[in-house]
Structures are given as C-alpha cells and as structure tokens.
Write a protein of this length. Structure first.
Length: 161
C-alpha cells in the first residue's frame, strides 16, 4: 500500500465515521420534530348564540340580532396562535373577517374565544324611501368558518330571516 492509498483510506474512514456521528446526533432532533408535527390532539367545540350570555344555542337570527360564535378549545399546546373567523354571506362572499392572535406559555386544558357580527343598516335616506333597514343580500343561509393557525377547525351554518 503506497502513501496515497493510505491517505485516501484514512480519509474515507474518517468521512464514514463523521456521517455516523452526525446521524447519531441528529436522530433525536428528527424524532422530536416528527413528534411535534404529529401532535394535533387539541379538542374543538363550537356553537352559535344570540346573546353574550352564551346560554342558549341559536342558529336562526333576524338582521337586528348580533350573531356570536363561541369556540372552546381544549388541550391547546403552548406557542403563538392565530384564530381567523370568516363570516360568509348567503351569496358565498366574505362579509367580514376577524383575526385574533394570542400566545400561550404553557399548555391549557381549556381556552374560550368568541367572535361576533352585526349587520350594517342601510343609510337613513335609503331606509326612508325603501322602507327596509337592511339590504336583501343579508337574508338567507350564512356560514362562519374558523381557522387555527391557517387550518380550518370549525364551520357553522345559520340563517337570517
């Protein structure tokens, strides 16, 4: 075995050893990342209400009502969170979107969030001439979609009559 063969064999052995050491050092990190990515074990319960007391569920409203959606989350992991609420009118258009950011420093067994929508009345002149307080586009079946960190976690349908 000449000098060059000895050098290349030694270098090859060192490279193989460094790959093994690197794998052993990185394997726990890969397992931890995989575990966190799979941990979506929080619970979600949603309901609609017509008053801020949140005592009696309601899914049929008039345009004069305030519509409340209540979201009860359980076993939420610590970290930064973003809840987005999309209020979709009967024509499939986004009427309003609300965004709520919060941060948890430790896991919580229970976390309650709510959002609400009030419809806009027509202007005074329109109401005087037409005799209606609200636009006809507000009547019909609505939906409200809730997202947690970009993933839809709840959807409710309700009617405005």
């Amino acid at each position: 075995m000449n000098k060059d063969e000895k050098l290349s064999d030694g270098l090859g052995t060192r490279l193989r050893m460094s790959k093994i050491v690197l794998f052993i050092l990185c394997a726990p990190i890969l397992l931890i990342n995989f575990t966190f990515a799979q941990d979506n074990s929080f619970g979600v319960k949603s309901a609609m209400y017509g008053s801020k007391a949140f005592t009696e569920e309601q899914y049929v409203f008039t345009p004069y009502d305030t519509f409340y959606i209540v979201l009860d989350l359980s076993n939420l992991n610590p970290g930064e969170h973003l809840i987005t609420t999309d209020w979709i009118d009967p024509w499939g258009r986004l009427e309003r979107q609300s965004i709520y950011r919060f941060s948890l420093e430790e896991p919580l067994k229970f976390y309650r969030v709510y959002s609400w929508l009030q419809l806009w009345k027509k202007g005074f002149v329109s109401r005087a001439f037409i005799g209606k307080d609200y636009n006809d586009k507000f009547y019909g079946e609505w939906s409200v979609k809730i997202y947690l960190n970009g993933t839809r976690i709840a959807e409710r349908k309700f009617k405005v009559v």
